[in-house]
Design a protein around this ligand. Structure first.
Ligand SMILES: [Zn+2]
Length: 500
């Protein structure tokens, strides 16, 4: 009721009304609520917003089944089933009816991440901790079967959990649900665009990076770089195709991230991009990526590499020269290091942020050091590599192993760390320093943030094993310090089974 009245007041405010005489509405209310990008003025669509809030409530009921409200509602409304299957009886309350009405929104926006103490336990064999292929074969299509077989199964005891698809960390957020609801209503991105812009702008200005890097990133996300597509759009007679790879139109997104030539540098960098799902534009991508960076350094490094990618593109176009990507990666890392050192010197009391060390360093006395890496080749085959060395640099164990299935790069890095930790434990080592050359994954381990994604299942397993060590810490090491693990991973891609 209140919502209806509020809507009325807002309508009147916009269109004006004197007594009972109504002015003519020139534009429909629905149209005004549309996001600016869809021709509206981006007023908040209260219906969609209300739905998003209800979805949050529903999400809380599902993810906190032991909360006070959830227990009461369950006892009253669905004692023998769950919220997904709960019926809507004729005499149910308005609130309850409203909550259940958003199940569809929630269902299409979520997925389950499978743990170990799982609702799908029947589909798994007890001996080997793997899927019961016979049982699955009967139930599923070929495609579903393959997809499920590729799911990572937890080894430590973990529950299944719900993951919200529209947030990188998998946690439900009203804003993204509103976005999503608006998107399904109008087919474009919602009106909080402006807020997102402001957020990302801040993230760029406040980054500790050289001004020219900030400027470049700002221009890139506002589509202000000279690319073939932008030139053609401005009426210049050029071909839209990317001059470097010739495989797609040269948009800013292509130039920065998805061009074959650019991905080479990204692969060498300590940042792992998920290179399969491309958003509509660079802004969207930067926004989502920056949100997923838990530590400032990840985002700053990403900005630096965006700048380098752009420089490499320019050198190619204007000087017809190809820059060696390995060298380019090295220079970027050095530049980053130098910049941080300089920044530290300026405001002296701060301790040195990071040093870019270019060579593998032995661990402290009486510790051993595990280096891990995952690599992916063009056919999306994944190899894991690990090496353990002691405090004088002698190799204790080294191994590599291929894994099947297409998985996101960061998940592969997680698999590599888990692979290495297991070996270390079995070999009886109990004091370990673990290094990965994936900056965003190191962030994840160090910050101990919980995500609602499949990678979290592996992270939980990692911490589970780590607890059995007397000492175990995780840190980032540059690719150069991680050469041995990297080469092992590269070799492992072509193997059928593990090498030791
Ligand atoms: Zn290209």
């Amino acid at each position: 009721m209140e919502r209806k009245m509020y809507l009325k007041i807002r309508e009147n405010f916009l269109w004006g009304q004197k007594g009972s005489e109504r002015k003519l509405a020139l534009i429909s209310w629905e149209k005004l609520c549309r996001p600016k990008s869809a021709g509206g003025v981006g007023l908040r669509d209260l219906n969609a917003f209300n739905k998003a809030l209800l979805a949050k409530l529903c999400w809380l009921l599902i993810t906190n089944p032991n909360s006070f409200v959830a227990t009461i509602l369950k006892a009253k409304s669905y004692p023998r089933s769950n919220i997904w299957d709960a019926m809507v009886p004729n005499n149910s309350s308005y609130t309850w009816r409203s909550i259940l009405s958003v199940r569809e929104l929630l269902q299409s926006g979520t997925r389950w991440v499978i743990g170990n103490e799982s609702v799908v336990a029947d589909w798994r064999t007890s001996e080997e901790d793997s899927w019961d292929e016979k049982a699955l074969n009967v139930l599923l299509t070929e495609q579903e079967f393959v997809a499920i077989k590729n799911c990572t199964l937890a080894e430590s005891s973990q529950d299944d959990f719900l993951s919200w698809k529209y947030k990188k960390i998998g946690e439900f957020a009203v804003r993204s649900a509103y976005h999503y609801e608006m998107q399904s209503k109008y087919g474009t991105i919602g009106s909080s665009d402006l807020e997102n812009h402001r957020w990302l702008w801040n993230k760029i200005w406040k980054a500790e990076a050289p001004e020219k890097v900030k400027n470049l990133v700002r221009r890139a996300i506002s589509n202000g770089l000279t690319t073939m597509v932008n030139l053609a759009d401005r009426g210049i007679n050029v071909h839209r195709l990317c001059p470097r790879c010739g495989e797609g139109y040269e948009t800013v997104l292509h130039m920065m991230l998805s061009c074959r030539e650019s991905t080479i540098l990204w692969h060498l960098s300590p940042i792992r991009l998920e290179l399969n799902d491309w958003p509509p534009d660079l802004f969207e991508w930067c926004y989502t990526f920056a949100r997923s960076c838990l530590i400032k350094k990840s985002w700053e490094t990403t900005m630096m590499f965006m700048w380098k990618v752009w420089c490499m593109g320019n050198i190619w176009v204007f000087e017809k020269k190809k820059v060696d990507p390995v060298l380019a990666c090295q220079r970027t890392m050095n530049y980053l290091g130098e910049f941080e050192m300089a920044a530290v010197r300026e405001d002296a009391p701060k301790p040195a942020a990071i040093q870019i060390i270019q060579k593998w360093q032995p661990p402290e006395r009486s510790l051993d050091k595990l280096n891990t890496d995952a690599t992916m080749n063009a056919e999306e085959k994944v190899g894991l590599g690990m090496v353990i060395r002691n405090d004088v640099g002698d190799v204790l164990i080294s191994a590599g192993r291929p894994i099947c299935g297409i998985i996101p790069a960061i998940q592969a890095e997680a698999e590599a760390v888990l692979f290495g930790l297991k070996y270390a434990y079995e070999a009886g080592l109990r004091s370990l320093e673990v290094e990965t050359d994936c900056l965003n994954f190191a962030d994840l381990l160090q910050s101990r943030a919980r995500m609602r994604t499949p990678t979290q299942v592996i992270v939980n397993d990692i911490f589970d094993i780590a607890r059995s060590f007397d000492f175990c810490c995780f840190r980032f090491a540059s690719r150069k310090c991680n050469n041995v693990a990297h080469n092992l991973a590269k070799k492992a891609i072509h193997l059928d089974q593990m090498i030791l």
